[in-house]
Design a protein around this ligand. Structure first.
Ligand SMILES: [Zn+2]
Ligand SMILES: [Zn+2]
Length: 334
């Protein structure tokens, strides 16, 4: 993705976008995909390495090439001065490896990690986060929930993990955040707002230079009207980028009430009402293959177009929403 020259813009990078359980695609699926792409390219006389091949390949939908990704939630929010990690899903492992190239590799690193909640898919990467084992590093962990400290100690505990908490090397500092209270992390302001999940889960609003990113995963979005959202409404207002839960289709949300996840169409409704210009949908269902996720994305496209048409016909103001389903590794400038 190309960025403007303004180095101090806030950027959001998605290191893990799958929900519930790490879900790599089966080797047989990937083999089939490679065969199909090779066959198509040969049929069309495209030679790898040529501009024609590259533009043809780049235009293929995700399920025909790299897919959407199998790691569970981990999102990096950063400016040139500040870096905040949201959740420690399995995507955190690769981010940790990247951080080891900088001060964390020399035992001079300082890491800030905020938790939405403690379901396994948001924790599983922490014991594989290499900077936490390097003496001299300081790892700051933040959460609204009171049991953050005991949760972290439980993760580094035999027989679940071979390294006990008091032997992990880095200094770990646990901080509590107050619901709906702003906190400054360097040049990013962070405010937690409550989401709708079976165990308490907090979304975060990140603000930098007057622009806001809202992280809304995991949520069933039971409260949709402004009135029902109540004190958590600011999570959705005056926002440039929202990352939203789309584990299910709309039909599945009806079958899976209280499972704690939403459908993309709910996020589309909120974005159209609040004028959010950019939305990325993540927490893809671990049971869904890449092709199914692609088909749900197409269904959502039709839903979005229908909604925009209705609004235009009713004479309502419409802000075009640029949205897509998350692909692991995606990076967005806010
Ligand atoms: Zn989750
Ligand atoms: Zn959850």
């Amino acid at each position: 993705m190309l960025f403007s020259s303004d180095e101090n813009k806030m950027r959001v990078k998605l290191w893990g976008v799958r929900g519930s359980l790490p879900s790599p695609q089966a080797p047989s699926t990937l083999e089939q995909r490679v065969k199909e792409v090779a066959t198509l390219a040969l049929e069309q006389g495209l030679k790898p390495g040529t501009i024609e091949f590259e533009s043809w390949f780049n235009a293929l939908p995700p399920h025909r090439k790299g897919g959407y990704g199998g790691n569970t939630p981990c999102v990096e929010v950063r400016t040139s001065k500040t870096r905040i990690i949201v959740d420690a899903g399995s995507g955190l492992r690769a981010l940790g490896a990247e951080l080891m190239q900088g001060p964390c590799g020399k035992g001079q690193g300082e890491v800030h990690l905020v938790f939405t909640h403690f379901h396994w898919d948001h924790l599983a990467g922490l014991p594989f986060f290499i900077p936490i084992f390097v003496p001299g590093n300081t790892i700051h962990l933040y959460g609204v929930q009171a049991d953050l400290d005991s949760m972290v100690k439980m993760l580094f505990h035999k027989p679940y993990f071979p390294v006990e908490f008091d032997k992990i090397g880095a200094k770990v500092v646990v901080h509590s955040l107050e619901p709906r209270e702003k906190v400054m992390f360097g040049d990013i302001q962070v405010t937690p707002y409550q989401l709708d999940h079976p165990d308490p889960c907090w979304g975060y609003r990140f603000e930098h230079e007057g622009k806001a990113y809202s992280h809304c995963v995991d949520t069933e979005a039971v409260r949709v009207s402004r009135e029902d959202m109540g004190p958590d409404l600011p999570l959705y207002q005056n926002v440039e980028l929202m990352v939203f839960d789309a584990q299910y289709t709309l039909m599945e949300t009806i079958e899976k009430v209280h499972w704690g996840h939403a459908a993309a169409s709910i996020g589309i409704d909120i974005a159209l009402r609040e004028g959010i210009r950019r939305v990325i949908f993540m927490h893809h269902d671990p049971a869904a293959g890449d092709e199914r996720i692609y088909n749900v994305e197409q269904q959502t496209r039709r839903y979005y177009e229908r909604m925009v048409k209705h609004m235009r016909e009713a004479g309502e103001p419409v802000v075009d929403v640029e949205w897509s389903f998350a692909i692991e590794g995606m990076e967005i400038e806010v």
